[in-house]
Design a protein around this ligand. Structure first.
Ligand SMILES: Nc1ncnc2c1ncn2[C@@H]1O[C@H](COP(=O)(O)OP(=O)(O)OP(=O)(O)O)[C@@H](O)[C@H]1O
Length: 233
């Protein structure tokens, strides 16, 4: 793979068996993400966006083709090593925040650090700094049920960034938010990716969020195709 890439996939395909038939969801998918690059993946419902994101994040296995994350080919690693690499190099943000209900915002953000060798006081300090950075300084001890939808998504973003990953994968991060909250989350994503130098790969139905990214790709007939960005006056 290219030594410049945080993520690369070549010749990726995924099919599912449905009785005797094979359903080809993805084919010949090629992608290269450079450090700090922001890319949106759009496409109609059922076109395979989540399937692709899951394979790029090592959560699912392609039928054929290879994925390299931070220089390591995922299929060449044991399950344990793949898990460690995911924890070190990747952050995930989903449409629904997936925070643990019984833990505070601070504890939720600290969670990925439990697998790292960082001493607990440093882990807490780092999580607290990140929560302050996403605008939640006064709410770090609140549980998810005591936070608004937008605040929960801020916690999820802080959790995705706490290990200082090279890449964050986001699946419909604004899909469950009202227009105004979606816009503030969109601005936060952009601001963090610029200031931290983290690459972001975001699957979205939101044209405004897609337009904020450096590149837009769409899934058509299982293949990734570049989309021209709108030129703003
Ligand atoms: N485990 C599975 N077994 C069989 N088919 C599957 C499986 N997972 C996904 N599919 C099929 O693959 C296709 C792509 O699904 P996927 O969820 O990736 O689409 P998507 O583009 O993310 O859709 P949406 O925008 O609605 O979330 C769909 O037709 C879906 O039914």
């Amino acid at each position: 793979m290219s030594n410049q890439a945080v993520l690369e996939c070549r010749n990726l395909a995924k099919s599912y068996s449905e009785g005797p038939a094979q359903v080809q969801v993805l084919q010949d998918v090629e992608l290269l993400l450079k450090p700090g690059e922001r890319v949106a993946i759009i496409g109609s419902s059922g076109s395979g966006k989540t399937t692709l994101l899951n394979m790029l994040g090592g959560l699912d296995t392609p039928t054929t083709g290879s994925v390299w994350l931070a220089g390591e080919e995922l299929s060449a690693l044991s399950e344990k090593k793949r898990g460690l690499l995911r924890n070190r190099a990747l952050g995930f943000v989903y449409q629904f925040h997936h925070l643990l209900a019984e833990f505070s915002a601070l504890e939720n953000v600290c969670m990925p650090l439990l697998m790292s060798s960082l001493p607990v006081p440093e882990a807490r300090a780092r999580a607290e700094a990140l929560l302050t950075r996403v605008g939640l300084g006064p709410r770090i001890h609140h549980k998810p049920s005591e936070l608004s939808g937008g605040e929960r998504q801020r916690v999820a973003i802080a959790r995705a960034l706490v290990n200082q990953p090279a890449l964050v994968l986001l699946d419909e991060p604004t899909g469950n938010l009202d227009r105004t909250t979606a816009q503030t989350i969109q601005e936060l994503i952009l601001e963090l990716s610029i200031s931290l130098g983290t690459a972001f790969l975001v699957v979205t139905h939101d044209p405004a969020l897609a337009q904020q990214m450096d590149r837009i790709l769409t899934l058509e007939d299982g293949r990734l195709v570049p989309v021209a960005k709108e030129v703003t006056a």
